[in-house]
Design a protein. Structure first.
Length: 338
C-alpha cells in the first residue's frame, strides 16, 4: 500500500478512548507504537493523548485503575480515534447500543476522523453504525456473538486486522500491535514502521490470520504434527515444494497431512506456502537491491510474472511499486532501541 503523507506540518493527533473495564495491554498499544514513531530528524510524528468519557479515572480489568488527564472534549480534536477493548461497556456488548454518555461523546467526533478499534473495541464502532455493510473483524472468541448482534457487518473472524480506509478493526490483543504498525506503514512508509517494530522487539508484520490461534482439540499429543515440516519448508522456499513432498517429510499420507495442517495453521498447505513466499519477496524487495527476477526465484515464484501476480493479489501493488515505496536504505538487523 502506498504511504499516505500528511501535507501539513502539524503532528497527527491520536486520541485513545478508555472505557470502563478497559484491558490495560490494549490501552497501552497506541501510545507505545505511535508515540515511538519519529521522522528523519527525530521529530515525533504523532501526538497521542488518552481520555475517558468524563475525564475521571477508569476501571481496568486488572487490579488497578487508570487516571487520565482528558475528558470527552478532546474527541473533537482527533485525527485518529482508537477504541481499545473493554469489558465494562454494558449495553454495547449486551444489546448493541451505546450508553447515553458515550453516545453523546462520540457524536462530537469529526466526520473525517479515522476510526480504529482494538479487539472488542469493534463493538463500539458497530454500535455507532460505522461498520454496517463493511468488512470488519474482532477477537475470534467473540466473532459469532458480534455477528448475531450486528448482522449488517461483514465479519471476517480469520484475519488479524481489516483496513477499510477510514475505519480499521483488529482482532484480539497483539493484533492491535499489527494494526498500529500497519497504520504507521500506511502513513509514513515501511522504514518508520520497521524502526518502531525493532524498538518494541516485535515483527514488522505477521503473515496469516487469527485462525491459527483458535483453540481446537489436538488429536494426539505427539511429535507427529506439521510444525517441523513447516520449519523445513521455510528454509527451502526457493525450491518446488509439492504437497506429496511435504507430506512425505512429515511422514504422513497426503490426506492426513492436509487435515493436520488445517487443524494447526487454519489454512491449507498451498495457501500457507504462497503467504510465506509473498512474505519472503516483500522482505527482499524492502531490504535488498536484488533484481526482481532473482527475488522471484529466491522466494519460490520462479518467474517475475508469477511474483507480480501473487504480490498484487496479496497487497494490491506490483513488485516495483512496492519497492519504490518501501525500500529500506540500511540493514534490517540494526540493534533494538529501548
Amino acid at each position: 500500500m502506498i504511504a499516505i503523507v500528511r501535507k501539513d506540518h502539524a503532528r497527527h493527533r491520536v486520541v485513545v478512548l478508555a472505557l470502563d473495564g478497559v484491558i490495560p495491554f490494549e490501552l497501552s498499544i497506541p501510545s507505545r507504537i505511535f508515540g515511538a514513531a519519529e521522522g528523519p530528524d527525530g521529530e515525533p510524528l504523532y501526538e497521542v493523548i488518552t481520555c475517558s468519557v468524563d475525564g475521571r479515572p477508569v476501571r481496568t480489568t486488572a487490579d488497578f485503575s487508570v487516571a487520565v488527564e482528558h475528558g470527552a472534549e478532546v474527541l473533537a480534536t482527533a485525527d485518529t480515534l482508537v477504541i481499545p477493548a473493554s469489558y465494562g461497556a454494558g449495553t454495547i456488548h449486551e444489546a448493541g447500543r451505546l450508553p447515553e454518555p458515550l453516545d453523546a461523546a462520540l457524536a462530537t467526533v469529526r466526520p473525517r476522523t479515522r476510526m480504529v478499534s482494538i479487539c472488542i473495541g469493534s463493538y463500539a464502532l458497530a454500535a455507532m453504525g460505522l461498520l454496517d455493510g463493511r468488512p470488519a473483524t474482532t477477537h475470534w472468541h467473540h466473532s459469532e456473538h458480534f455477528q448475531r448482534l450486528f448482522p449488517r457487518v461483514r465479519v471476517d473472524p480469520d484475519v488479524l486486522f481489516v483496513d477499510d480506509g477510514d475505519v480499521l478493526t483488529s482482532a484480539g490483543a497483539a493484533a492491535g500491535v499489527d494494526l498500529c504498525l500497519h497504520i504507521l506503514r500506511r502513513d509514513h512508509g515501511s522504514e518508520v514502521a520497521n524502526q518502531v517494530a525493532r524498538g518494541c522487539v516485535v515483527p514488522p508484520w505477521r503473515e496469516g490470520g487469527q485462525a491459527q490461534y483458535i483453540e481446537r482439540p489436538v488429536p494426539e499429543p505427539s511429535t507427529s504434527g506439521t510444525a517441523h515440516t513447516r520449519a523445513w519448508a521455510l528454509e527451502r522456499l526457493d525450491e518446488p515444494l509439492p504437497l506429496s513432498e511435504l507430506a512425505a517429510h512429515a511422514r504422513m499420507s497426503v490426506r492426513t497431512f492436509v487435515r493436520r495442517f488445517r487443524e494447526e495453521v487454519g489454512m491449507p498447505p498451498g495457501q500457507w506456502l504462497i503467504r510465506q513466499r509473498v512474505d519472503r519477496a516483500r522482505h527482499l524487495l524492502e531490504a535488498s537491491d536484488l533484481p526482481v527476477d532473482l527475488i522471484a526465484h529466491q522466494s519460490g515464484f520462479g518467474t517475475t510474472a508469477s511474483l507480480r501476480h501473487h504480490l498484487h493479489a496479496a497487497i494490491g501493488v506490483s513488485p516495483m511499486a512496492y519497492r519504490r515505496t518501501f525500500h529500506i536504505h540500511g540493514s534490517l538487523s540494526a540493534p533494538a532501541e529501548f
